[in-house]
Ligand binder design. Structure first.
Ligand SMILES: [Zn+2]
Length: 299
């Protein structure tokens, strides 16, 4: 039986996303079919290479999601779910609970609009928090809601996904930003993944991430490598939004099982957002000095 994990869209491929296709048993499962660009980064709007990448990748996500039978949405941030897309039609769609363990912006605005839309489109819609679904030849297990970052975050909660069959165990952590939380780590370790996709720590906002959080993330990632049978750990999303990303979490990146999504696919990294300042300078601002500012806090 087939057991295959294919990264579809990730930050290392030029856009903000963690979209992944899993083929297991008789099923094609897409996790987090959304992508977006940072509205501002280094105080600058998106560049045309980023917009071109987003157009191309959005088409690819739609193509892959249309051929899937199951779609999973870990939370209601635009880089994870594509609220206006039509590919949810006649699918099993497993979404995070829209009212429980959710922050204000997702609960009041994003989730109700999306859930209403899904009701008229899907074959079956499930609120996945802590649930397990037995399909033909594989099982999907969703984690309880875990923090989008540390337990003190205001960004709300996400669901992690485990797809497993006799051939392997895949975990997609979504935006856990580390992981640093003990319950989050333990849930992943208990699923004993062979392939793991992790949204790493958000260290690219200067001065915002305390050193101990980065150390905790490094320890957490080391535990995932040491305490599971993982063969490939894709570390991406927040963790690669800076060109010098390998100067952080060095003991993790040095492990040959760790790679970005682009590297997993045998491609070169395409860190367009991290290069935004340089891309603008190349085009319009030869020689001018740009002052970096923080990106928006919503993603
Ligand atoms: Zn995200």
């Amino acid at each position: 039986m087939v057991f295959e994990v294919v990264p579809i869209a990730f930050d290392s491929m030029g856009v903000r996303s963690m979209c992944t296709l899993v083929r297991a048993g008789d099923h094609r499962i897409v996790v987090d079919p959304g992508a977006c660009l940072a509205k501002t980064r280094f105080g600058l709007p998106a560049t045309s290479p980023e917009m071109d990448a987003l157009t191309e990748i959005a088409e690819r996500i739609a193509e892959v999601a249309e051929t899937a039978d199951t779609i999973i949405v870990s939370h209601f941030h635009h880089d994870h779910y594509g609220p206006n897309s039509n590919f949810y039609t006649q699918k099993l769609v497993i979404v995070k609970h829209p009212k429980e363990n959710i922050n204000r912006s997702q609960k009041m605005v994003h989730a109700p609009f999306f859930i209403n839309r899904l009701r008229s489109m899907t074959r079956q819609m499930e609120f996945g928090d802590g649930q397990k679904y037995k399909l033909t030849g594989c099982t999907i297990e969703m984690s309880p809601a875990v923090p989008h970052g540390t337990s003190r975050t205001r960004r709300g909660y996400v669901l992690m996904t485990n797809v497993r069959s006799k051939e392997g165990s895949f975990v997609h952590t979504s935006d856990v930003q580390g992981p640093t939380e003990e319950a989050t780590l333990q849930w992943i370790i208990d699923r004993d993944p062979t392939i793991l996709v992790v949204g790493g720590p958000r260290f690219y906002v200067a001065g915002k991430l305390k050193t101990h959080l980065l150390e905790d993330a490094e320890k957490g990632l080391r535990r995932l490598l040491d305490e599971t049978r993982v063969k490939k750990l894709v570390l991406d999303h927040h963790a690669v939004r800076q060109l010098e990303y390998r100067s952080k979490l060095t003991s993790v990146w040095e492990d040959e099982r760790v790679m970005t999504a682009a590297e997993y696919l045998g491609q070169d990294n395409n860190l367009l957002e991290a290069r935004r300042q340089e891309l603008w300078k190349d085009k319009f601002m030869e020689g001018s000095e740009l002052v970096p500012t923080d990106p928006p806090a919503d993603i």
